[in-house]
Write a new protein. Sequence first.
Length: 129
Amino acid sequence: MRDYADFENLVGMTLTSINVSRADDKIEFVTSNGVEFEMYHEQDCCEGVSIDDIVGDLDDLTGTPITLAEEVSDSGDTDYGTCTWTYYRLATSKGLVSLKWYGESNGYYSESVGFFRAQARGALFVTTA
């Protein structure tokens, strides 16, 4: 089960791992408290969104709390339709990483990237009777 989440929710969290799948155009973030996030685009007809570039060392984002999580995008026209560049910047005290996504469509479909909270792999809370 996945729920939409704000990318900025990562601020203050500590990531334990980041898994990038360029083949699936998907990035998974696992936090120290067991919360998992996924970043990807649900493909539709007449459009495509993919990971275009990653600048920085992803290892700089693990083991230390996230101090910056921001999304910036810009769009334009192509011969085919429209395009959108979306930059996701993450920082810790160890460094800054920029995740660049590129989307293109005929102008009628979304070119945005989704950020979702995935179901945790373990219990987040333990209650006793």
